[in-house]
Write a protein that binds this ligand. Structure first.
Ligand SMILES: Cc1ncc(COP(=O)(O)O)c(C=O)c1O
Length: 402
């Protein structure tokens, strides 16, 4: 009996899932594993947000909500876009979904024809590719090398666009590399996109508040206003307010697309949980000092990692400009031999060795389609990160390089 639709066949188990399973198995054997694979803040949701959820539940906000989100949340989202991004979206141009992930799913479900190309800037958040594949699209990776700060260049974009290109995905700042675009960078991409009116732009700005070295955040549609009618500005409360479990994401974009996404939403889950929406509205409208505190903590950890990695011979890392990951180059160890004589063939093997020899769970670069790298998350305390970096240094010394 075949239970599974052919739609799911192109979706392969990811390298990150493999590492996370191996880490779980090692833990189950009683091994001491430091998990640096995590993609969520290690902080608690701020108390005033939890209070708002409690009051919403007590006050009877427990019924179905509109498919595109409550009026209160959509008003809070519109005000946030204006306050933080200088973007004016009317309420019919906004939808709230169950996380930014569902925003992306709804957008592609609503807009893709079979084999439409979705351009992804490698290294990229793996779910982009899987969502495009499930929905019959053709994800196409554009390599964005470390030498250009892991940023898409206008030349590479121009070369990648074809008649079948439907979407370009941007992630500002990016998971996993922490790449940050300047205003001229975004304007140059905008000039290319001006020449290709068939292309929609999905600007995933979920890490907007986690930005280092005093940088100001630049939202794509604000920098390229002539493309706002073709841009879906995606965001959510997961990362900025430590609310990954509440499942609230949102976006602003062209009204016909938002309307189609609302139809999709109505067929999947209806409106987001009423109580989570009240919490998200409180997050967006309430005091924002928690956002700054989280960012400061992530910046301190970023600094620690950059300093520790610089001291490890063979690993490379330019300081990530934002988000809470480090995408570390391990080219010098590809082809190296472990003490038991095994050759490290690629970054999957390297991440596997980090787990078995040092008890560090990380994600190999192949999960993000740019190798040889491995990603660690800084969503854990400086003490634990420091301990992990010491183990990393020791374990790389055991490898005999080519
Ligand atoms: C780039 C990026 N976009 C979207 C998401 C999903 O966020 P949400 O929790 O809102 O679904 C993540 C989560 O890891 C992410 O890294």
């Amino acid at each position: 009996m075949n239970y599974v639709s052919s739609r799911l066949l192109p979706v392969k188990p990811s390298a990150s899932a493999a590492v996370s399973q191996a880490a779980k198995a090692a833990r189950a054997r009683g091994e001491d594993v430091i998990d640096l694979g995590l993609g969520e803040p290690d902080f608690d949701t701020p108390a005033h947000i939890v209070e708002a959820a409690y009051h919403a539940a007590k006050d009877g906000q427990t019924r179905y909500t509109p498919n595109d989100g409550t009026h209160a949340l959509k008003k809070a989202i519109a005000a946030k876009f204006l306050r933080d991004n200088n973007l004016l979206y009317d309420l019919p141009e906004i939808i709230a979904c169950n996380g930014a992930k569902q925003v992306i799913f709804n957008a592609l479900m609503a807009s893709l024809e079979p084999d439409d190309e979705v351009l992804l800037c490698a290294p990229y958040f793996g779910q982009y590719k899987d969502i495009a594949l499930i929905l019959g699209g053709a994800p196409k990776a554009i390599p964005c090398e470390a030498a250009s700060g892991f940023k898409l260049t206008p030349q590479a974009l121009e070369a990648a666009i074809t008649d079948k290109t439907r979407w370009l995905f941007l992630n500002l700042p990016s998971n996993p590399a922490g790449a940050v675009f300047t205003k001229p960078d975004l304007q140059a991409l905008g000039e290319v996109l001006d020449r290709h009116p068939q292309v929609l732009i999905l600007s995933d700005e979920i890490y907007e508040h986690i930005l280092f070295d005093g940088r100001d955040f630049l939202s794509f549609a604000a920098i390229c206003p002539q493309l706002k009618h073709r841009t879906l500005t995606v965001n959510g409360v997961s990362k900025a307010y430590a609310m990954t479990g509440w499942r609230v994401g949102y976006c602003g974009g062209p009204q016909p697309l938002i309307k189609a996404m609302t139809t999709v939403q109505s067929q999947i889950s209806s409106g987001v949980c009423s109580i989570a929406q009240a919490a998200a509205a409180a997050a967006l409208e309430g005091p924002q000092d928690c956002v700054k505190q989280f960012c400061d903590a992530f910046e301190g950890r970023r600094n620690l990692i950059v300093e520790k990695i610089a001291a490890i011979d063979g690993l490379t890392l330019d300081p990530p400009g934002g988000a809470f990951y480090a995408y570390i180059g391990c080219d010098a160890f590809i082809g190296a031999t472990t003490p038991d004589g095994t050759v490290i063939e690629d970054d999957v093997a390297f991440a596997g060795y980090l787990l078995s020899a040092a008890g560090i769970a990380s994600v190999p670069g192949s999960a993000y389609e740019l190798s040889p790298f491995f990603r660690i998350s800084t969503a854990t305390s400086e003490d634990i990160l420091s301990q992990a970096m010491d183990r990393l240094a020791e374990c790389t010394r055991t490898l005999a390089r080519r």
